[in-house]
Ligand binder design. Sequence first.
Ligand SMILES: [Zn+2]
Length: 204
Amino acid sequence: MAFYQYRDVALETIARNIIKKYDASLLFAPVPIPVEDIMEQQYGLRIEFQYIRNNGRILGETVFDDTLVAVYDEEYKMYTLIPAKSGTVFIDASLIACRKDGRFCYTCAHELGHYVLHQDIYTGSGLTAAMFDDQPKKSTDTDKAIERQADRLGCFLLMPAGTVKMAFHRFGRNQSDPILALSKVFEVSRAAMQYRLKEMGLLG
Ligand SMILES: [Zn+2]
């Protein structure tokens, strides 16, 4: 299992290159990044909504090899195996209603992060890359580092430093609630926006 420890600055560059290849103008104006379109058009990934677990703990799952994947059948209240092709990204059906609050996009961006960064790790392993709502209990340090990388790349994809800074000075600074204002510009959750603004040193 080849795992490469990227630094955040490298992940940020990777994210910027992904966006640039799709549509460089997205790096020059603060707009929501169409991560779903990037996944489908640039990487040939197919997004499919399924209930992944009965408790909602796994929000996304990327399939690297043609395989069978267990999903939860809400109607029959049981798990069922369905065939899935390489390049399928399952998104939990509960997130269909969360497109506006950013959870859907964040899960997509996280899964794209796995697809871009971790193909070598997962291809041929029989494993899929899942996004847990919280960390699975028995995960190793490497598992955690892999998840962290996907999270970071997802964050950098949805909130590129250049346009976040631009948006902050343009729309955020004079607002009573700059976090809310910017979370709407980028269509991400308030928590994600707050984290990003803090780490960029734009919030006290
Ligand atoms: Zn993950």
